[in-house]
Design a protein around this ligand. Structure first.
Ligand SMILES: [Zn+2]
Length: 173
């Protein structure tokens, strides 16, 4: 994904979830300076989303194109921004000192992965949950999101202008 497309995608996700748009940084410095092995991060301290420069052109899993993989990462991080706006959750503080296994079990990671997986399905019709543990809890959380959150009816409004190949599939609505 090009920077412009990443920016537009974040803007639309934020309009959809009705939250302010975080600032965006695409480079490696944030990750190397903080000793992070991840490629996408939401930093509550300055309300920003960081993306490792190489990550935006690479897919994390074999069943997603690089663009689809970037969309998953962006949806996950925007959801953390939503958690911060709604409940004041700072993911770095909440996940600090936890192992990767423990992190994936937290409520905020389950919620962010459920949102990103559901979004991946809405846009591409791909319902495979990423190679992340706790599928059952992610699945349950997706069900809750589908039943209780009102933004779903507006997805097409914000995502109909994306390139054709990632246009909303409309399968679930
Ligand atoms: Zn996360």
């Amino acid at each position: 994904m090009k920077r412009k497309q990443i920016k537009e995608t974040i803007n639309r996700l934020c309009e959809l979830l009705e939250i302010p748009v975080p600032t965006l940084t695409i480079d490696d410095a944030f990750f190397t300076d903080n000793g992070l092995e991840i490629d996408y991060a939401f930093d509550a301290e300055d309300y920003s989303i960081h993306i490792r420069a190489s990550a935006k052109d690479e897919s994390q899993v074999d069943y997603l194109t690089p663009e689809q993989s970037a969309m998953y990462g962006l949806a996950h991080e925007v959801r953390h921004a939503w958690q911060f706006q709604r409940e004041g959750i700072d993911p770095f503080a909440a996940l600090e000192n936890l192992s990767a296994r423990e992190r994936n079990r937290t409520r905020i990671e389950i919620d962010a992965n459920a949102f990103a997986t559901y979004f991946q399905f809405l846009l591409y019709g791909i319902d495979k949950i990423n190679d992340i543990p706790n599928h059952k809890r992610i699945d349950e959380r997706m069900g809750e999101i589908m039943r209780t959150e009102t933004w779903q009816g507006r997805v097409e409004k914000y995502f109909s202008t994306l390139p054709r190949k990632i246009r909303f599939s409309g399968k679930l609505l």
